[in-house]
Design a protein around this ligand. Structure first.
Ligand SMILES: N[C@@H](CCC(=O)N[C@@H](CS)C(=O)NCC(=O)O)C(=O)O
Length: 205
């Protein structure tokens, strides 16, 4: 197998942290792409990942998995411990619910805000829309408050233990740097949770 990834990019980072938490990042065969140099748009990569997205996991039988969560599902099946995605149907569903909430209602909004407002994204996001960036910013701020409330009553995003949902939120928080968004400065529960995440060796950059 081979994992195609990029550095400083949120979705590849979700998979990297997932594999670091499982202790298998170093041993996983990898190929690094430079998004800034548009290496993910080259024909040889589009032949692997037609949407030109990273990460992508190429399996030995020719199957290609894209979507970071699907790649994590595959690695979870190969390396069940430590469990990061749930041990039974109910826990798997609860973790998936929180993971997707973080991804779709928070991380994706940071992405929309960044891609529609930052000059460095002008080439990849055509057309850029300042109005859409504003809408995404408002949604990201609102959802940060929602997540802060969640972490007031739960030690981890999906409940009593560390899971993939914490990895996704950790990545999304870090991704906020591209729009200088630091919600932990105004939300104490997010701040306390973030300190615990930063102390985890598996989440070290
Ligand atoms: N839903 C996909 C999103 C993948 C994605 O958008 N990756 C970004 C990097 S974080 C990318 O490849 N961007 C390149 C581009 O849009 O041209 C996933 O979860 O993996």
């Amino acid at each position: 197998m081979k994992l195609h990834y990029a550095v400083m990019a949120p979705n590849p980072d979700r998979v990297r942290f997932f594999l670091q938490e499982k202790g298998i990042w170093e041993q996983t065969p990898k190929s690094e792409l430079n998004i800034v140099k548009h290496e993910h748009r080259r024909p040889e990569y589009l032949a692997i990942s037609p949407l030109g997205h990273v990460p992508a996991l190429e399996l030995d039988d020719g199957t290609v998995l894209t979507e970071s969560r699907a790649i994590c599902t595959y690695f979870e099946a190969l390396n069940p411990e430590p469990n990061l995605m749930g041990v039974d149907g109910k826990e798997r569903a609860v973790i998936e619910m929180w993971d997707r909430r973080v991804e779709l209602t928070y991380m994706a909004q940071i992405g929309g805000w960044f891609r529609n407002s930052h000059p460095a994204m002008a080439e990849l996001e055509k057309p850029q829309s300042a109005e859409w960036a504003e809408i995404c910013q408002g949604r990201a701020r609102k959802h940060a408050a929602f997540l802060d409330q969640r972490l007031a009553v739960s030690p981890y995003v999906a409940g009593v233990r560390f899971t993939i949902a914490d990895i996704t939120l950790h990545v999304a928080m870090g991704f906020g740097r591209v729009v200088k968004f630091r919600p932990w400065d105004e939300h104490p529960n997010l701040a306390a949770w973030r300190e615990r995440m930063l102390a985890r060796p598996g989440l070290a950059s």
